[in-house]
Ligand binder design. Structure first.
Ligand SMILES: CN1c2c(nc(N)[nH]c2=O)NC[C@@H]1CNc1ccc(C(=O)N[C@@H](CCC(=O)N[C@@H](CCC(=O)N[C@@H](CCC(=O)O)C(=O)O)C(=O)O)C(=O)O)cc1
Ligand SMILES: N[C@@H](CCS)C(=O)O
Ligand SMILES: [Zn+2]
Length: 765
């Protein structure tokens, strides 16, 4: 008999219940008890949603982030978060976001832990902190409570824990000491944890080691061997879970680790399955992650069965089935999407529907295809409809792609010549100030959008309200004395979803929320067909902003690579092809803005670096097509039009050549948290174009001082010629309040004026 299980379920809730509970708790409008009650109700719902499976996950739920939970489970809590009064939940939220609910304004000096991207997903985790004195101690109370909670509700669960080696890998050594020196102590705490789980009657424990899909050197491979050889004496069955890629040179090691079961991502590593079966000792269970946990498409169940039946015959009871990875990265339930076009809807599967697919496959294997014939038939009809739909393929788009040549991706003149023309057209002082685009997305703005959606506001009323917001934003920027203004992006729900909603080939959902970090969610739009630009999207708003001021207003667009990386993309053609289509669509929008008289256009590529493949060996091929896509989007304009790009979460050192090849006239980057260290990459490479290194961290509510900004810019000026430097925040200001934005930008402008006062009034080439 095939066994079914799940690796993890979305925590945020079908209607983002967790988000609202958390934010209400932080606002003190609900109590700690209420927050725990909401969390417990969500867990009950989620186990019930998964109850068709043989083994459900426990411990995958988190109030903020599962890596931060692991730090707390292991007693690795940064000293600074416990240095003030408060309970464990206060410590937890101080680590996550710099403040606990009992903190008052005078306490807001604790630095939150860093946050970074979880492997190659759009989920962000809280980075564990280590130093040479880090000592771990088991604090498993919450995990045990959740296991008992599930059992009391009649669910059969397997606890999910992040493995020791991945935990170490994901963390940061604050004093430069070797993280691997902590392994022995860490593994002894894991041994205690597994013994505890065994003692409370757990049969299986899922232990996640996604580092096994990365390029590991000998030390890390050795750490894996050492850890699992030490843990093998604990009499609980371990299901070692790997996901997000192929094992490649870690395959032999993975198969040999002394565990009872191995889960592999059979979606990204389909071609490795035969080899894994060959290498895996025959006392071990093999869990195949056959349903894609990263996309929203229905699986081809007939094709999967053709492939699985002989595997099942060979492995028999040793075969388990699961999604490829935790379902954290996809929305909860397609049933909520009543407004979605019914044809497109029939092609989709969200978390709950993906688990149905696992169930159907398991029944077909265990009891024969006839036991699920109607479900298989339904699946086949949906897949045929998608394959044959006239809405997916647009011949005009394909013809345009075929016409792309080298000239499409090259500006008319090189940067040096463009800069001369741009400077004679756009008069800017030294150290010109600007922002990254978004200004506070206030409750009022979001409420207006909700009112529009629910027909309490007409289109016209909504437009008027957004114009008022734009006017306020322009006046604020004028009063602050910024040099290049923006319209503030009030009309955008999200930088990707907004454009997706208006391009052909995209569908969007009402409730397809996916957790991005903590309580923050995104609703990735779905690319189901050939992408095309059908009408100007941003011109009306930007032109309106420009009509209000004599200062230049920068037009703001999301670039093709970011559109791709933060959308759910089609699986019936390569990502590169889809990206090229997006590039042409963005190019059309750039040209529409230029035609509307906008002389500075920013094409955000926040996710270009984020989209790098997990393995370095695959970087070049990705960067080649990603950079080309950006250039296609940017290169249609005249030399006098200044193209900016922006990237956040950016470690540029290893991709600086590709960044330079994008050939944007100006790049703004996140930089302040590294104290301008990131600039060393630009320095070493002698980056030829203009740069705005972020001068303050927009994730923090703290106001940067004039001196701190001057100091950062002086550091920047040691590396970059001053006539190529801009002054701006690290990223957009949408998550901040006006009370935070105003003083921060005031100081930023004052710092720029101070620096510029040492030089001539206007830059000349
Ligand atoms: C730069 N980042 C982005 C990433 N991915 C994206 N797709 N977009 C990004 O900007 N990845 C990396 C980072 C992640 N950072 C963030 C930062 C902030 C958010 C965020 O604030 N998300 C919002 C949801 C945004 C949104 O789409 N809002 C809609 C709906 C608003 C809403 O919920 N309305 C309520 C009623 C009104 C209210 O009470 O406020 C409702 O409908 O019930 C909109 O503006 O219309 C969030 O709240 O989580 C995400 C990623
Ligand atoms: N223009 C966007 C970029 C975010 S990465 C913003 O300002 O929010
Ligand atoms: Zn950004």
């Amino acid at each position: 008999m095939v066994t079914t299980h799940n690796l993890g379920f979305p925590r945020i809730g079908k209607n983002r219940e967790l988000k609202f509970a958390l934010e209400n708790y932080w606002k003190k409008s609900i109590s700690e008890k209420d927050l725990y009650k909401s969390a417990s109700e969500l867990r009950r719902q989620h186990w019930s949603d998964q109850s068709k499976l043989d083994w459900l996950p426990a411990g995958d739920f988190s109030l903020y982030d599962h890596v931060l939970d692991t730090s707390f489970l292991l007693g690795n809590i940064p000293g600074r978060v416990c240095s003030r009064s408060g309970d464990r939940l206060d410590y937890y939220f101080r680590a996550a976001r710099g403040r606990g609910v009992t903190d008052t304004a005078s306490d807001y000096s604790i630095n939150a832990c860093e946050m970074t991207k979880w492997f190659d997903t759009n989920y962000h985790y809280i980075v564990p902190e280590f130093d040479k004195n880090t000592a771990f101690s088991l604090q498993a109370g919450q995990l045990i409570e959740q296991i008992n909670e599930a059992r009391a509700q009649g669910f059969k669960v397997k606890p999910v824990v992040l493995g020791p080696v991945t935990y170490l890998w994901l963390g940061k050594s604050k004093d430069g000491s070797n993280k691997l020196a902590l392994l022995d102590n860490l593994v002894s705490v894991y041994a205690e944890l597994l013994s505890t789980l065994e003692r409370i009657g757990c049969e299986w424990v899922q232990i996640d080691e996604p580092v096994l899909v990365l390029e590991l050197d000998q030390d890390w491979q050795h750490a894996l061997r050492k850890a699992y050889y030490q843990l093998q004496s604990i009499p609980v069955k371990l299901m070692l879970a790997t996901y997000f890629g192929e094992l490649l040179n870690n395959l032999q090691l993975t198969c040999e680790l002394p565990v009872n079961g191995l889960h592999i991502d059979a979606v990204t590593a389909t071609d490795e399955v035969a080899k894994v079966i060959d290498w895996l000792p025959n006392h071990k269970v093999l869990s195949l992650g056959i349903i894609n946990g990263r996309n929203v498409w229905k699986a081809d169940l007939y094709r999967l069965l053709e492939w699985l039946e002989p595997i099942h015959s060979a492995l028999q009871d040793r075969l388990w089935l699961a999604p490829s990875c935790s379902l954290l990265h996809i929305p909860v339930d397609l049933e909520s999407e009543a407004a979605l076009d019914s044809e497109i809807r029939s092609w989709l599967a969200f978390a709950i529907q993906k688990l149905d697919e696992i169930d159907i496959l398991a029944k077909a294997l265990n009891h024969g295809r006839s036991s699920v014939s109607s479900q298989l038939e339904e699946n086949s009809i949906a897949l045929n409809s998608r394959r044959q739909s006239a809405r997916v393929h647009l011949s005009a788009v394909k013809a345009r792609i075929n016409k792309i040549d080298d000239k499409t991706a090259v500006r008319k003149s090189p940067y040096r010549e463009r800069a001369i023309q741009q400077r004679s057209k756009i008069k800017l002082p030294f150290f010109p100030t600007t922002t990254i685009g978004s200004f506070p997305q206030t409750q009022k703005i979001r409420q207006a959008r909700l009112d529009l959606r629910q027909s309490r506001l007409s289109e016209k009323e909504y437009r008027t309200l957004m114009q008022q917001e734009i006017e306020t934003c322009v006046r604020e920027q004028e009063a602050l004395g910024l040099d290049v203004l923006v319209h503030g992006e009030p009309e955008r729900n999200d930088m990707v979803e907004y454009f997706g909603e208006q391009l052909a080939g995209y569908a969007f959902t009402q409730f397809g929320w996916v957790q991005s970090y903590g309580s923050r969610c995104v609703k990735p739009p779905i690319i189901y067909g050939d992408v095309a630009h059908t009408h100007a999207i941003s011109t009306e708003w930007i032109q309106y902003a420009q009509s209000l001021t004599s200062k230049p207003v920068k037009g703001m667009l999301t670039g093709p690579v970011t559109m791709l990386n933060w959308s759910f993309v089609r699986d019936d053609q390569s990502r590169e092809q889809t990206c090229l289509q997006l590039a042409l669509a963005v190019r059309d929008e750039v040209l529409a803005l230029e035609k509307a008289g906008i002389g500075i256009i920013q094409i955000d590529e926040a996710a270009l670096r984020e989209g790098l493949p997990l393995r370095k060996s695959q970087w070049k091929s990705y960067l080649d097509w990603a950079v080309r896509a950006f250039r296609i989007a940017a290169s249609g304009v005249q030399d006098t039009t200044q193209i900016h790009t922006h990237m956040c979460y950016s470690e540029f050192n290893d991709i600086i050549v590709a960044i330079a090849e994008m050939d944007a006239d100006v790049i703004t980057i996140e930089n302040s948290r590294s104290g301008m260290e990131l600039l060393s990459a630009f320095d070493q490479f002698l980056y030829p174009n203009e740069i705005g290194p972020g001068v303050y961290d927009i994730h923090s509510p703290n106001i940067p001082s004039v001196d701190s900004i001057i100091e950062l810019m002086q550091k920047a000026a040691q590396r970059i010629p001053i006539d190529r430097l801009w002054v701006n925040p690290d990223c957009g200001l949408k998550t901040r309040s006006w009370d935070e934005v105003r003083p921060a930008l005031r100081n930023m402008v004052a710092a720029s004026r101070h620096l510029a006062s040492h030089f001539k009034t206007f830059r000349v080439s």
